[in-house]
Design a protein around this ligand. Sequence first.
Ligand SMILES: [Zn+2]
Length: 105
Amino acid sequence: MKNPTHCPFCKSNHVVTHHHGQKVGATLGTIAGAAGGAARALAGAELGASLGVVAGPAGSFAGAVMGALLGAAAGCTTGVAVGEMLDDHIFLKHECLECGKTFSA
Ligand SMILES: [Zn+2]
């Protein structure tokens, strides 16, 4: 993560960094991951069901929940990575609090 210490326009060091792409990426990734997790949830439910002999119906439910959670977590991680890439290449990341201009590193 590049962090400029001063504004290239007015040389002020009152600069804040935005992570628009990272947030958008994380959100989209989480949604996509949860959707993908639904597929995993089915597999998890099957696994849970086979374990259900021991754990009962709660086993298949826990398997489905685990599948969705794992999918969402994986999707979020991927989304953040993609979002960081977008931040680096597309979104303006830094804003000067003195002159109000935005700039990328
Ligand atoms: Zn400035």
